[in-house]
Design a binder for this molecule. Structure first.
Ligand code: NAP
Length: 255
């Protein structure tokens, strides 16, 4: 029996990258999965590729996590079509990197909007179901950039904000059987970090090799590293862990 059999897991930004790897992991372990992403057809495509176990289902839902009507409709659809909601992974994210003097208001608003407002709207919609069933798991994506990263004032502020948000929800929702934790990944090889390589004028390989040397483990992270962490934090063995941010970075932040 899979660890998440009978559970419904919703993951934002799950059409690709870390979100898709997490969707695969939860599906492998028996969950029904809702893939939420901006583009409904990309979300549906990703849902169709999941390795579901018998009796589990997957749907793809197009929604912008910064839009309250989109989020409310998406969560209602998940509950109606998959029969409930037990785990929320707030993963959708973007970067708009620039040094402060060149950062536009739009760069700021978009990044803070997707990461912080998106996690807020999704968590608020999900908690209604979690509280009434006295069970729920929220896992938020922070980043090692929360500790400070040149060119990412917007992203760092949002990702540290996610840590405060996580701690606060843990306090408010713990009495209702809801665990809220965050993962702060280091470099994970996805389209997001490939785009950063291009901005720095490096090839994807050069950037990955350079980053691998920056941590004691000596390799870059892969989406499956974060998927495994999300499954751990959303599992019942982790039910005494809440309000925490787990750094998954090959030791980069302790080196
Ligand atoms: P990614 O490959 O760029 O995937 C992000 C996904 O989020 C995309 O499918 C994107 O859709 C979707 N998305 C963006 N804005 C959205 C919105 N408003 N509503 C719904 N979906 C939206 O990114 P990733 O590398 O997998 O990162 C996933 C999460 O991990 C992010 O929160 C990121 O900040 C965090 N993280 C990543 C790393 C890393 O090294 N990769 C490190 C630390 C933290 P579109 O394709 O349509 O834009």
């Amino acid at each position: 029996m899979g660890r998440f059999e009978g559970r419904v897991v919703t993951i934002t930004g799950a059409a690709r990258g870390i979100g898709f790897a997490a969707a695969e992991r939860f599906a492998t372990e028996g969950a029904s999965v809702a893939v939420i992403d901006l583009d409904e057809s990309a979300a549906a495509d990703a849902a169709a590729r999941l390795p579901l176990t018998e009796g589990a289902e997957a749907i793809g839902v197009g929604a912008d996590v910064t839009s309250s009507p989109d989020v409310d409709k998406a969560v209602t659809r998940v509950v109606d079509e998959l029969g409930g909601l037990h785990v929320l992974l707030n993963n959708a994210g973007i970067t708009r990197d620039n040094l402060l003097f060149k950062m536009s208001e739009d760069d700021w608003d978009q990044v803070v909007g997707v990461h912080l407002k998106g996690a807020f709207l999704m968590s608020r919609a999900a908690q209604a179901h979690f509280v009434s069933q006295r069970y729920g798991k929220i896992v938020n994506l922070s980043s090692i950039s929360a500790l400070g990263n040149r060119g990412q004032a917007n992203y760092a502020a949002a990702k540290m904000g996610i840590q405060g948000f996580t701690r606060t929800l843990a306090i408010e929702l713990g009495p209702f059987g809801i665990n809220v934790n965050a993962i702060a990944p280091g470099f994970i090889a996805t389209e997001m970090t490939d785009a950063t390589a291009a901005r720095l004028g490096l090839s994807v390989e050069e950037f990955r090799e350079h980053t691998a040397r920056a941590n004691p483990i000596g390799r870059v992270g892969h989406p499956t590293d974060i998927a495994a962490t999300a499954a751990f934090l959303a599992g019942d063995e982790a039910s005494y862990i809440t309000g925490q941010t787990l750094y998954v970075d090959g030791g980069q932040t302790v080196a």
